[in-house]
Design a protein around this ligand. Structure first.
Ligand code: CU
Length: 488
């Protein structure tokens, strides 16, 4: 609020209030110096249907918020390029490993083949060697925001926290909406970097509750300038290692039209958006009155057995200048959205229960009572089926369910039927006792689409909180035309 001397007469107060409301005193942060101008990440687009790139994974110098450190990065970039491709394109990514540990890369959310040299997370690239990935993107691939990241069991948390994750965008998700043609699009890949004695903590020492440095495309609290009434399209990806981002934009609504690389079937108006690690959202934002507004990740508590972390300002929106004539009408009318298949209404071939649990000391994590074993196949699915999975959480902290290669629809959360708004590839699983009205473990019912033959092969489903995944909370699924499946 604005503090004004009490002795001022009413008319002076009115004049001063109107002056300050124009200049943005409503946010009480006018005196704070603004951060650097917001920068989109470097983008590399496919040419004639092929995107060819070489990444050297190497320990390189970096700086966040004025703090220098060394960490594992792709081509020495904390915010490596965002790869832009279209359905039908091919990604040829050569990954050279100059680290002193193994690494690999996963194309998160992509509906592509899990067979080598495509999105095979069982590939292990040893130090001082390389691997040539070739990922063919189907013509019917969904358009939206994806990403790539290191996915080597046991050290994923450390490698992502170091910087080994970057952006990947397929097609043009705004294509059905001609009224949005030409609007400014901002790409925001969110990562946090924890530093312990000036270094990324080693695997096992990363503590989500410890202080961390929040960045957007590697920048600390950058500034976006908008005109009053201007509409922008923001795509946000939580590509950090462990944290949930509970997003709010002061004084503004989010008009969400995308989740996890899938267009929603309607605009969903939100005051806040909870982004579990690895989730992505696309939102329209329409600038309010002149002033400064913070995009914040609010402080967050993942449960009695989990982590508590403080909030942070991710970026600042400065609204100034001439108001836009004829602002775009929001929300986008529902009849402009192409239809999306509600998987919850499909005929279900198989019902499964997938239990997420952990040891009492919170250091070992299980799916259906077992720690991850890459040599074991936990679940065999038949290509062509829709399966209904009831994912339960018997622990007292949140987990993030993610499955490779495909998408699902959330049908129920803790016994409550969910409105159908679209498909996704990550979902938060509430902890036991989180909802006082729902006894027993947290429970999310989803229907997964296993119909696309491209998924033939072996892949994984897991908790996407790096420290949980690395300590056991991952399982193998195999997809084939006629289970029992051959050894892929
Ligand atoms: Cu977890």
């Amino acid at each position: 609020m604005c503090y004004l001397p009490k002795a001022f007469t009413l008319s002076v107060v009115v004049i001063i209030i109107s002056f300050f409301s124009v200049s943005g005193c409503n946010n009480n942060n006018n005196g704070t110096p603004l951060g650097p101008p917001f920068q989109n990440p470097v983008q590399i687009s496919s040419v004639n249907g092929v995107l060819e790139i070489t990444y050297d994974a190497e320990v390189s110098p970096a700086e966040v918020d004025g703090q220098p450190f060394m960490s594992a990065q792709y081509n020495g970039m904390l915010a490596p390029p965002t790869l832009r491709v279209n359905p039908g394109d091919t990604i040829r990514l050569t990954l050279n490993n100059f680290l002193d540990m193994m690494t690999n890369v996963h194309y998160h959310g992509m509906n592509v083949s899990p067979l080598s040299p495509s999105d095979d997370v069982f590939i292990m690239i040893t130090p001082n060697s390389g691997f040539e990935y070739e990922v063919v993107i189907p013509e019917n691939h969904a358009e939206g925001m994806y990403y790539y990241h290191a996915h080597l069991f046991g050290i994923t948390d450390f490698q992502i926290m170091s910087g080994l994750s970057g952006g990947l965008i397929v097609g043009d998700i705004l294509e059905p909406f001609p009224q949005l043609e030409g609007i400014t699009e901002q790409i925001m890949y969110l990562k946090d970097f924890q530093l312990m004695d000036g270094e990324i903590p080693p695997e096992g020492m990363i503590n989500p509750s410890a202080p961390t440095n929040f960045t957007v495309n590697g920048q600390t609290n950058p500034t976006i300038t908008m005109r009053p009434g201007e509409t922008q399209f923001w795509q946000l990806g939580n590509i950090g290692a462990d944290l949930y981002y509970d997003l709010v934009l002061e004084g503004h609504l989010f008009y969400q039209i995308e989740r996890d690389g899938n267009r929603r079937n309607q605009t969903v108006e939100r005051n806040s958006i909870l982004m579990p690690t690895s989730s992505r959202v696309g939102v329209l934002v329409q600038a309010n009155e002149p002033g400064r507004y913070k995009l914040r990740a609010r402080k967050f508590n993942t449960g009695p057995q989990g982590d508590q972390y403080g909030g942070a300002t991710l970026l600042t929106v400065k609204v100034e200048g001439e108001p836009v004539q004829d602002p775009i009408t929001l929300p986008i009318p529902m009849n402009q959205f192409p239809p999306v298949e509600n998987l919850c209404e499909q005929v279900i071939a198989v019902d499964r229960t997938i239990e997420f649990s952990e040891s009492a000391d919170g250091n070992t994590f299980f799916i259906n009572g077992k720690e991850f074993d890459p040599a074991r196949v936990d679940t065999e699915v038949k290509i062509g089926d829709f399966e209904r999975w009831t994912i339960t959480n018997t622990s007292e902290e949140l987990h993030v369910f993610h499955i490779h290669l495909t998408d699902f629809v959330v049908c129920e959360v803790n016994g409550v039927q969910q409105p159908f708004v679209g498909q996704q590839d990550t979902v938060n699983i509430p902890y036991r006792g989180q909802d006082p009205d729902f006894a027993g473990p947290g429970e999310v019912v989803i229907v997964i689409d296993f119909t696309d033959p491209i998924i033939e092969g072996k892949a994984v489903y897991h908790c996407h909180i790096g420290g949980h995944e690395d300590n056991g909370m991952m399982a193998v699924f195999e997809a084939c035309a006629e289970p029992p499946c051959p050894d892929f």
